[in-house]
Structure formats: C-alpha cells, structure tokens
Design a protein around this ligand. Structure first.
Ligand SMILES: Nc1ncnc2c1ncn2[C@@H]1O[C@H](COP(=O)(O)OP(=O)(O)OP(=O)(O)O)[C@@H](O)[C@H]1O
Length: 224
C-alpha cells in the first residue's frame, strides 16, 4: 500500500532520514516512536506524499510519488486518512462541517447525511456535533480529527500523536477506535511517544513497533 525504498529526506541542512525502507501491508498495525525531533511527523508526511523524498522512492499503492501528476497524487491521497498532530480545524465551522470537509472539498461532492451521523456517533460526539472547535475538549478534538480522517473511507490511517493531549482513559478510547478500524481491514500507523499506549495495544492487536534513531528506521524489539 505504502512502500518506502531506501528513502532519504533533508529539509535543506543535513539528512534527517536516511536509508529508510518499509512496506506497509494491507491490514498491518504499526506504531512509530522516536525522540522528539527525530522525524516522525516528517516520516508521515513522506508516507502520504505531502513531502517528496530527496533520495530513494516512495510508492503509494504501487505508484512512485515522483511520477504522479498533482491530480493523480490527490486521488492516491484520498485513500490515506491523516490525523494531524494539531488537528487543524476551521474554527468558524461547527464540528460536523469540519468532519465532512474532506468530502465537501473533494470532487466526490456532497456528504451523505446518514454516513456522517453514524461516524459522529461512532466517535461519541453526537451531542457535540454543532459545537465550534474552540469549544471542544482535547479528547473531543482528537476524536473529531479521527472522524474527519476516515470520512472518505481510506485504506490507510496515519495518526500523528492521536493521544497527545488527553488522559489515559481517553487515549484508551482512541486506541480502541483505531483497533476497530484495523479489524475492519484498515492499515494503521500511529506515531506516538506513549510507550504505555503501545504496551496496552500489544495485548489487543498484533502491532509492530518502528523506531527512528540516528536517522534510520528500525524495528523495535520486544523490550517496550
Ligand atoms: N518545514 C520544516 N523546515 C525545516 N525543518 C523542519 C521542518 N519541519 C520540521 N523540521 C525539523 O525537522 C526535524 C524533525 O521534525 P519532526 O516534526 O518530523 O519530528 P518529530 O519526531 O515528529 O518531533 P515531535 O515528536 O517533537 O513531534 C526537527 O528538527 C524539525 O525542527
């Protein structure tokens, strides 16, 4: 689905990522860890074609990102749902409109009301659907960000610190949602600092743990 082949990336200074290879297979569940500033967000951006590798290749669903036109890249990106670290809502739009936004702006056009309602209910925000983003708690924002990431029914979900600003109970709730999505066949990759979350997940799902260290991507051992 997403394939990185000896990929490197630099923002212009020295290389941030180097010799990175990975195949994200259908239905896989991965965590991505690494110190702050090691390149986790950058890695995710490379995985959905928001950045282009400075060396090596990134293939999305078999297509080398460098060979894709802007329109074709946009089509590939619809198959990847991204939960951004800072959620990135439009503050003047109610929650349900923010969640529907990817559909509204895509060429797929209108939002199917029943699907939207079902999704908002699934993340437990039915009562908050008309609230504005600044009125939401951290946990509500994170659940809304997850709902927005999956409104287009993507095959892959990339989540950047999806439990960053919430307490343990809420992080468990978010993890449960992501595991449910994986059980429905979605490929899931979660960047997180939260090793307790990874340990909790490992008893519920077969998860592989990746770690960025010294510019390289490694598989972490079982010592978490
Ligand atoms: N647009 C940019 N231009 C230049 N440097 C950048 C840019 N974005 C990130 N960086 C730098 O690249 C490095 C990796 O950043 P990145 O956000 O990918 O790390 P991270 O592992 O996700 O960090 P954190 O865990 O703190 O969120 C950092 O040193 C950061 O300052």
């Amino acid at each position: 689905m997403i394939e990185l082949d000896n990929m490197a990336y630099s923002y212009g200074g020295g290389e941030l990522l180097s010799g990175v290879s990975l195949q994200l297979q259908p239905g896989a569940f991965h965590f991505l860890t690494g110190p702050s500033g090691s390149g986790k967000t950058t890695f995710l951006r490379l995985c959905y074609g928001d950045l282009t590798a400075t060396a090596g290749a990134v293939r999305l669903f078999g297509n080398d990102v460098r060979d894709l036109s802007r329109d074709d890249l946009a089509i590939m990106r619809r198959r990847i749902g991204v939960v951004h670290q800072d959620c990135q809502f439009l503050d003047h739009l109610p929650l349900y409109e923010n969640i529907a936004l990817p559909l509204t702006v895509s060429e797929q056009g209108g939002v199917e009301e029943a699907h939207l309602r079902e999704l908002i209910q699934w993340v437990g925000l039915a009562k908050r659907a008309r609230a504005l983003p600044p009125e939401l708690s951290g946990g509500e924002r994170q659940r809304a960000a997850l709902a927005r990431a999956i409104i287009m029914s993507p095959d892959v979900i990339l989540a950047d610190e999806p439990t960053g600003n919430v307490d343990w109970e809420m992080s468990q709730r978010l993890l449960t949602l992501l595991i449910e999505l994986n059980r429905l066949g979605k490929t899931v990759l979660i960047a997180t600092h939260d090793l307790a979350l990874i340990r909790a997940a490992k008893s519920q799902v077969q998860a592989r743990v990746l770690r960025i260290a010294n510019r390289k991507l490694q598989f972490a051992g079982a010592d978490l």
